[in-house]
Design a protein around this ligand. Structure first.
Ligand SMILES: NC(=O)c1ccc[n+]([C@@H]2O[C@H](COP(=O)([O-])OP(=O)(O)OC[C@H]3O[C@@H](n4cnc5c(N)ncnc54)[C@H](OP(=O)(O)O)[C@@H]3O)[C@@H](O)[C@H]2O)c1
Length: 347
């Protein structure tokens, strides 16, 4: 099966989904390694197209794969686009994992998500709680597709001896996040909402729910570092949670984001909106026993994420101005991970 430590140096490494938040962080992290980085855009190879994926893998034969491509979004996107979340995530996982097997990829890491755990599982969530109870209904299609990906990794490992592993990250945030007003995750949504309130001089920002649920947040560059660490040091069919091991109430978190952004108005809570699970915290004892811990504090991470949001807004604004001058075309101007990209993608 797999040998550890696994040597990355000199290998051809494919980051699937390199224009996304996680893929972008992996590209930044892998720049510190001596690897031959392979990426491909969706317009060149749609990862839902099995023949195209197979052709690309046969031509490039990546030795290492980080599978960070997926259809991703917050609760509204997950609950509204249920068919797309199920279909696209199933097919991307099936196509990439199978092509990696056929083309003798030496090692693959599959990114799952903490939402694969049962809605009412005990806290903190241990890796062996998978498939022990019903899922949260709002993101069931996404979770089922992710569980199918995990089971593919496990089956290819057991049947063919493929050195494929699965990791379960907690809620992520950082540069390249999706700032769509409806379809984003909570961190990006709050950064945007507090920033817009500050700019418009609004006196109050409403946060969904009671503010009492507890959540865990991990800076995306820490996640990328953990993935590289596990790629090198881990080879087993058991999942590995990736988180900080610490959680915070939504109310405390909202106050932290407001303070970082410089919004001085009031924060109120819309109790008519659903809270979701009261607590969602990963048990990270397996990860820490493998010698990895997150380095970025929440305060520092939110500061960096807000800076990234501001520079992405500036770029998007610059691109719009150039276009109205009759300058470059949209595709030439659109940088990976711009908020506009995400809006377009999820509309
Ligand atoms: N964000 C989180 O809080 C979080 C938490 C836990 C786990 N994860 C996992 O981390 C992984 C990456 O998430 P993310 O937040 O980085 O998502 P993201 O920012 O939306 O990025 C997803 C990437 O996948 C690509 N992609 C999607 N469908 C594709 C297709 N059919 N063909 C080619 N490329 C396709 C996108 O390409 P385009 O740029 O062309 O759209 C994008 O580059 C996912 O597996 C997710 O489940 C994320």
């Amino acid at each position: 099966m797999g040998r550890v430590p696994f040597e990355l140096k000199g290998k051809s490494v494919f980051v699937a989904g390199h224009r996304g938040m996680v893929g972008g962080a992996l590209v930044r992290r892998l720049a510190q390694e001596r690897v031959d980085l392979l990426t491909v855009t969706r317009s060149e190879v749609d990862l839902c197209d099995q023949a195209a994926v197979q052709k690309w893998f046969a031509a490039k034969r990546p030795q290492v794969v980080f599978l960070a491509a997926a259809k991703v979004g917050g609760i509204v996107a997950n609950n509204t686009l249920r068919a797309e979340f199920l279909f696209e995530n199933l097919v991307i996982a099936a196509n990439v994992i199978h092509a990696a097997h056929i083309n003798n990829t030496e090692k693959l890491i599959f990114l799952g998500s903490s939402c694969i755990y049962p809605k009412l599982a005990p806290q903190p969530l241990r890796e062996d709680y998978i498939l022990t109870g019903p899922l949260e209904p709002t993101n069931e299609p996404y979770a089922i597709a992710k569980i199918a990906g995990i089971k593919m990794v496990e089956a290819y490992r057991n049947q063919y001896g493929s050195d494929f592993i699965s990791v379960m990250p907690t809620n992520l945030y950082g540069p390249g996040d999706n700032y769509h007003p409806e379809y984003s995750h909570i961190v990006a949504a709050l950064i945007r909402r507090f920033h817009e309130a500050k700019v418009s001089g609004a006196k109050n920002v409403v946060v969904w729910g009671t503010g009492t649920p507890r959540r865990e947040f991990l800076y995306v560059d820490d996640l990328a570092d953990a993935c590289v660490h596990l790629m090198r040091t881990y080879s087993s069919d058991e999942l590995v949670n990736i988180g900080t091991g610490e959680d915070i109430t939504i109310a405390e978190f909202a106050r932290l984001v407001a303070a970082t952004v410089g919004f001085n108005g009031d924060i109120s809570f819309d109790r008519s909106r659903p809270d979701g699970t009261p607590r969602k915290l990963l048990d990270i004892s397996r990860l820490t026993s493998l010698g990895w811990r997150a380095r970025t504090s929440l305060v520092h991470g939110i500061r960096s994420a807000y800076r990234a949001y501001l520079s992405e807004c500036d770029l998007a604004r610059g691109a719009r101005m150039k276009q109205s001058d009759g300058g470059l075309g949209t595709s030439e101007l659109r940088r990976p991970n711009q908020p506009e990209d995400k809006n377009r993608k999820l509309r």
